[in-house]
Design a protein around this ligand. Structure first.
Ligand code: ADP
Ligand code: MG
Length: 205
């Protein structure tokens, strides 16, 4: 059996006396769409942010691509893509300009049109962010996770509050990214989305 690309072992997170993550264990394999399912407050964001090395764990072990996150968080950050808050997108720039801007911040050389292809937005290359529909804005925010050419991306509740048509388009886009060989970890409160994942972990409050 292949080694997992993510291995989470007995992860806990306490906020004061409150235990938000209670001994969670799971493994994610390269190339799959892995769903983290659970209701509001179950600890999905906390778990994702710990794996992304953005939040400290209380105990347990997390290995990402063979790297213990405790030993080398910077090496983990280099190979992962994390969705940015759309609030940071200048509304008056077009999509190519925005991607170039972010690439400059990451100090990366990119092909903006190839990235837009990955999320089915090439035909919107010259459109301004503010001119996009809700579903398109959502897909563009996924495009920004691809700038550093990650092998693994994390999406925290990307479909929450999104209409049914956009949700369907969104999951089709995840299949495109998967076909490019990117491993996807996605959290959702919607049980019906479990069937769209290759593997799921269910977490309860
Ligand atoms: P989810 O993303 O599944 O909704 P979270 O990881 O955001 O869950 O939160 C899990 C629990 O931890 C919730 O009860 C939440 O109120 C609590 N929590 C999250 N962040 C903090 C924090 N910084 N300080 C205290 N409690 C927190
Ligand atoms: Mg959350």
């Amino acid at each position: 059996m292949l080694d997992p690309i993510i291995k989470v072992e007995n992860l806990t997170k306490k906020y004061g006396d409150f235990e938000a993550v209670k001994g969670l264990s799971f493994e994610v394999y390269a190339g799959e769409i892995f769903g983290l399912l659970g209701p509001n407050g179950a600890g999905k964001s906390t778990t994702l942010e710990i794996i992304e090395t953005l939040r400290e764990k209380t105990s347990g072990k997390v290995i990402v691509n063979g790297i213990d996150i405790e030993n080398d968080p910077a090496a983990v950050k280099k190979i992962i893509g994390v969705q940015l808050q759309t609030a940071g997108f200048y509304p008056g720039l077009n999509l190519v300009e925005l991607l170039d801007l972010f690439a400059g911040l990451y100090n990366e050389e990119i092909d903006p049109l190839a990235i837009l292809d990955s999320v089915n937005l090439r035909d919107k290359a010259k459109a301004k962010f503010k001119e996009l529909s809700g579903g398109q804005k959502q897909r563009f925010s996924i495009a920004t996770t691809l700038i550093n050419k990650p092998i693994l991306i994390f999406l925290d509740e990307p479909t929450t509050g999104v209409d049914a048509v956009s949700r369907k388009e969104f999951w089709e886009m995840l299949q495109l990214l998967k076909a490019e060989g990117i491993t996807i970890v996605v959290s959702t409160p919607y049980m019906d989305e479990a069937t769209l994942c290759d593997q799921v972990a269910l977490i309860q409050e």
